[in-house]
Design a protein around this ligand. Structure first.
Ligand code: PEP
Ligand code: MN
Length: 334
């Protein structure tokens, strides 16, 4: 980190500032110019509040040279992280996975039918929401504990590990049989929740917030990793823009950019990104071409009657077609 001091800063002021940096365990390199003094700070600067520093009278500007995320940073961990969900199911480092299932678990029949169908098409993980973050309090909120029990039943029947969203850390004891815990877009910056998930020994699927930058996504991953849980899978699910034809705007450049910045696996959710079932296939193929480590796709046995997100849900037949097309892309880009 570099701090440029204002012209006219006294030696006494410099001494007090450098003394404070030294207390934070940093090494300081001072370079004195004719008009300005520049401080180069070496060491772990992640705890330094750049805005606070910039607000000091004697400071003209501050620039970070390295990113504020350490654990997630590829610079300190050049090889890809491979998240092992089960010995034979890994994500990252060349391992690509399809995660599929309904937006919400609605009934025993529904989840079992969808699970069997997506498994037959090649999905290795089953998704399904039991606790649903709905915009309206009057909409279907999920089957909650009963939904989790139905997911367990589908897991038993198909052998597929399950991925489902947590909204409240107090529900954690209900998630014992859950294989991958999802943090939804709306909770990406629920820092208390992230911190608690850092202590959990299960992979976390962290979705990008509706209006969050990649740096913010990585800082949220950092919250989980700082607690000791390094099994974080990042998910690009579209962000809010001025466009209204699609539910969100899929930021596909996030995939190669995140691969540069972090060693964590990156998957794409073309369902929430577009909100329209017929756009899921082209976006899924594009995500695979862009280097995603997997896809999470909503599939429903009867989309027009879905209790949540029917417009973006694929039928099992459509999902089967998507898997085949994506596999052709993967072969072509490998
Ligand atoms: C979901 O996966 O069903 C979901 C609610 O996604 P998001 O948090 O990305 O909106
Ligand atoms: Mn959904």
């Amino acid at each position: 980190m570099i701090a440029v001091l204002k012209a006219g800063t006294t030696q006494q002021q410099i001494d007090s500032l450098t003394g404070w940096f030294e207390q934070q365990g940093l090494e300081i390199h001072i370079s004195r110019g004719k008009y300005q003094t520049i401080l180069g700070l070496v060491g772990d600067t992640t705890k330094i509040d750049t805005e606070l520093l910039e607000a000091l009278d004697m400071v003209e500007s501050v620039k970070r040279i390295s990113e504020p995320f350490k654990s997630a940073n590829r610079k300190f961990h050049p090889e890809d992280t491979v998240v092992t969900i089960r010995e034979d199911i890994r994500i990252g480092g060349g391992n690509f996975q399809f995660i599929a299932g309904p937006c919400s678990v609605e009934s025993r029949e529904q989840i079992l039918q969808v699970a069997q169908a997506v498994s037959a098409s090649g999905a290795k993980l089953l998704r399904g929401g039991a606790f649903k973050p709905r915009t309206s309090p009057y909409d279907f909120q999920g089957l909650k504990g009963e939904g989790l029990a139905l997911l367990s039943e589908a897991k038993k029947q198909t052998g597929m590990p399950i991925v489902t969203e947590i909204m409240n850390i107090n529900h954690l004891e209900l998630f014992e049989d859950v294989d991958v815990i999802q943090v939804g877009a709306r909770n990406m910056q629920n820092f208390e929740l992230l911190r608690e998930l850092g202590r959990v020994h299960k992979p976390i699927l962290l979705k990008r917030g509706l209006a969050n930058t990649l740096k913010e996504l990585l800082m949220s991953a950092e919250y989980i990793m700082a607690g000791g849980n390094n099994d974080v899978i990042l998910c690009e699910r579209g962000v809010r823009t001025f466009e209204t034809y699609t539910r969100n705007t899929l930021d596909l450049s996030a995939v190669p950019m995140l691969h540069e910045l972090t060693h964590l696996p990156v998957i794409v959710d073309p369902s929430h990104a577009t909100g329209i079932s017929r756009l899921v296939k082209p976006m899924a193929m594009a995500a695979a071409a862009a280097g995603a480590d997997g896809l999470i796709i909503e599939v429903h046995n009867d989309p027009p009657r879905a209790l949540c997100d029917g417009a973006q849900s694929l039928t099992p037949e459509q999902f089967d077609d998507v898997v085949k097309s994506v596999n052709r892309i993967l072969e072509a880009v490998r």
